[in-house]
Every structure is written in structure tokens, then in C-alpha cells.
Design a protein around this ligand. Structure first.
Ligand code: NAD
Ligand code: IPM
Ligand code: MN
Length: 351
């Protein structure tokens, strides 16, 4: 039997609640498949920092590298929680993981499943993926403050875009487009204002396009992309974009496909030099934490992305099918269910 060695980081808020369900799904779907599932828990996040002062110790990062993949819940404090500096855990733990493990493809699929209500009156068919760059852009922490606290304070946050970083994610997006029936790629940027980075992204797309002669491609400024995501999301097949635009667009993409509680993601190291990490798009949701109100579906669908990545696509399809069945049967009569009731229903469909 083959072993599947998964690190689990439940994190804060609803993270542990949704990850408990995702873990159950992984356990059930691997039963009698010859896959020997081994789960190792790592306590990290805002609560852990309050207890220990640790964000992501070097030994923990080293230990995480030994796993086949990482399953991650969410981290982060409530906005009003003054005990924890805003951004500390996000930057020194979550982004540090994405950067250290070279998760250059932040894959965020968006699909409106049959029977799932969209807030759009005429959603049409929605089935696209966002390939969000994961290791560069304004996220790198290249910035600072001059004349702090004075009326002349200057704050900078410099967006870093390297030819290597842009080309590898653009090529990945072309590859994914090439594997999909519609074979269409949309670059989303803002090259009318962000001329230097915008130019680099455009050149990368034009330079790589000939490698994929069957893939058509177009371009949208990010502001216009938000319009079409509301008025005509069917036009999208694969979107490739930078780290910050991709962050914003994928919350909107989650909203139009039935809510952020359904949106899964993978932080993928396509070179496989380090483990990839799978997590719901949403955060720790302090407003509903500890109440069993969170939808675990996004975390569960993230395990399907994980199973795909580790070479178990038939198990991934089983998880997706179980979710698809559950979301199709949701209605006012059965919901709101608790987090674990939704997890149990999906597991029942799996078995
Ligand atoms: P959020 O995604 O946590 O919550 C936004 C809204 O969506 C809230 O109303 C919440 O109740 C709802 N929601 C989120 N997940 C849900 C689910 N599974 N089921 C039902 N409703 C759900 O975003 P936020 O409020 O901006 O951030 C809260 C904290 O989480 C912050 O500290 C932020 O930095 C952090 N965060 C972490 C991650 C991550 O770990 N990957 C992602 C986003 C935000
Ligand atoms: C996400 C989150 C993170 C991001 C934050 C918490 C650093 O919003 O995973 O979408 O901006 O990437
Ligand atoms: Mn986000």
C-alpha cells in the first residue's frame, strides 16, 4: 500500500471546525483503497502565537517539508482584537509558508454546481479557474515607512514582479487552459496604470502563447474584470493574474458561485520541490467561530484538490461527486445545518 503523509494545520476561528470535517472526508475516502493515510497535526496561528509567541518556527517549517501535502484551515484574529497586531500571523506564518514552499500557483476553481443558488439573477454556466500568482506582487513585504507618525509620513508597498515568477505562472495557466475544453485564457491586470509590471505580464503572455497554439487568449483590466464577473461570468475559462488582483477576484468568484463557504484553493509548487498546501479561500470568520455555523464544503473541496495533486484523481472525483450531490439537495428545509452535519452528509454520500 502507498502512504499519504499529510500535515494538518487547523489554525484559528472556524479553521479547526471546517478542518475536522475535511479530515473525516480524507479518512473515509481512503478506506480500503490501499492508501495508508497518516495525519500529523501542527498547532499554528493567532491563538498559538498568544500562547507561545511563535509564528512559524524554523523547526516546524522543516518538519512540514517532510510531508506529501499540507491541509490548512485558516488563521487570523478578529479585526477588533488588539492583542494581535494585524497582519502578523498572515505575513509571518501563512505567507511565509506560501513563499518558503514556493507555492507559485495559487489555484482557485470557481464552479456553480447544479442546484446551487447564485446571487446573480442570470448566472449562466459558471466554470472557470483563477491561477493567482502566489509568491510575488505586493505581498512580498517590500516596503516601509518614512517619517513615521509625522504629517509627512510616507508608506510604500512595492510590488515585485520577476520575469521568472511571471513566466512560470503564465505558462502554468496556459497549460491548464490547454487541458480544458474551451481552451481560453484571460490575463487580468491593470497595465493602463501599472505600466511596468503590466508590460512584463503582457509580454509573458505573448511570448508563451505560441507554445499553446490551440489556446485563445484575451486581456481585461482588473476593474472591468469585476464587471464581467458579475454580468457575464460564463466568458471566463482560465484567468491568470497577480497575487493581489487574484485575492480580490477570487472572493468575488466565491460569492457568485454560491458563497465563500464553497470556494476551495490550492497553493501549489508545480516543481514539487516542496509540499503544496490546500485550504479554503475564506478566513477564520471570527463572526461565526465556535458556533458550528461555518460551511465546511470549501475545506472538503480543498481535499479534492489535494488528492488530485498527490496523484489520486479517482479519489478526488469521489469527493467532488459527494459534494455535488449534497449541494444540489440543499434547501431552506434542511439548512442551516451545523458544520458537522454538513460534513456527515457529504461523508454519507461518499460511502
Ligand atoms: P473571512 O473569509 O474570514 O470572512 C468573511 C465573511 O464570510 C464573514 O462574514 C464570515 O462569517 C463568512 N464566512 C467565511 N467562511 C465561511 C464559511 N466557511 N461558512 C460560512 N460563512 C463563512 O474574511 P475576514 O473577515 O476578512 O477575515 C477574518 C480573519 O481571517 C482575518 O484575520 C484575516 O486576515 C483572516 N484570513 C485568513 C485567511 C487564510 O487563512 N487563508 C483568508 C482570509 C482571511
Ligand atoms: C487568502 C487570504 C490571504 C491572502 C491573507 C490572509 C494573507 O485573504 O488566502 O485569500 O491575501 O492571500
Ligand atoms: Mn483572500
Amino acid at each position: 500500500s502507498e502512504s499519504l503523509n499529510i500535515a494538518v494545520i487547523p489554525g484559528d476561528g472556524i479553521g479547526p471546525e471546517v478542518i475536522a470535517e475535511a479530515v473525516k472526508v480524507l479518512q473515509v475516502v481512503t478506506v480500503n483503497t490501499g492508501v495508508n493515510l497518516k495525519l500529523t497535526n501542527y498547532k499554528l496561528g493567532a491563538e498559538h502565537w498568544l500562547e507561545t509567541g511563535e509564528t512559524l518556527p524554523e523547526e516546524t517549517l522543516t518538519a512540514l517539508r517532510s510531508h506529501d501535502a499540507i491541509l490548512f484551515g485558516a488563521v487570523g484574529a478578529a479585526p477588533g482584537d488588539t492583542r494581535i497586531p494585524s497582519g502578523l500571523i498572515e505575513r509571518e506564518m501563512l505567507l511565509k509558508l506560501r513563499f518558503s514552499l514556493d507555492h507559485f500557483v495559487n489555484l482557485r476553481p470557481s464552479k456553480l454546481y447544479p442546484g446551487v443558488p447564485s446571487p446573480l439573477a442570470n448566472p449562466g454556466e459558471i466554470d472557470f479557474i483563477v491561477v493567482r500568482e502566489g509568491t510575488e506582487g505586493p505581498y512580498v513585504g517590500n516596503g516601509g515607512v518614512l517619517r513615521a507618525g509625522t504629517p509627512h509620513e510616507i508608506a510604500t508597498e512595492v510590488s515585485i514582479n520577476t520575469a521568472h515568477g511571471v513566466e512560470r505562472v503564465v505558462r502554468d495557466a496556459f497549460r491548464r487552459a490547454n487541458d480544458r475544453p474551451r481552451k481560453h485564457l484571460t490575463l487580468v491586470h491593470k497595465h493602463n496604470v501599472l505600466v511596468f509590471a503590466g508590460h512584463l505580464w503582457r509580454r509573458a503572455v505573448e511570448a508563451i502563447a505560441p507554445e499553446f497554439p490551440e489556446v485563445t487568449h484575451d486581456y481585461l483590466h482588473v476593474d472591468a474584470a469585476t464587471i464581467f464577473m458579475t454580468t457575464n461570468p460564463s466568458r471566463f475559462d482560465v484567468i491568470v493574474t497577480d497575487n493581489l488582483f487574484g485575492d480580490i477576484l477570487t472572493d468575488q468568484a466565491g460569492a457568485i458561485t454560491g458563497g465563500i463557504g464553497l470556494a476551495a484553493s490550492g497553493n501549489i509548487n508545480m516543481d514539487r520541490t516542496a509540499p503544496s498546501m490546500f485550504e479554503p479561500v475564506h478566513g477564520s470568520a471570527p463572526d461565526i467561530a465556535g458556533q458550528q455555523k461555518a460551511d465546511p464544503t470549501a475545506a472538503i473541496l480543498s481535499t479534492a484538490l489535494l488528492l488530485d495533486h498527490v496523484g489520486l484523481p479517482e479519489l478526488a472525483r469521489r469527493v467532488e461527486a459527494a459534494v455535488e450531490g449534497d449541494v444540489a439537495s440543499r434547501d431552506e428545509m434542511t439548512d442551516p445545518r451545523t458544520t458537522s452535519e454538513i460534513g456527515d452528509a457529504i461523508i454519507a454520500a461518499l460511502a
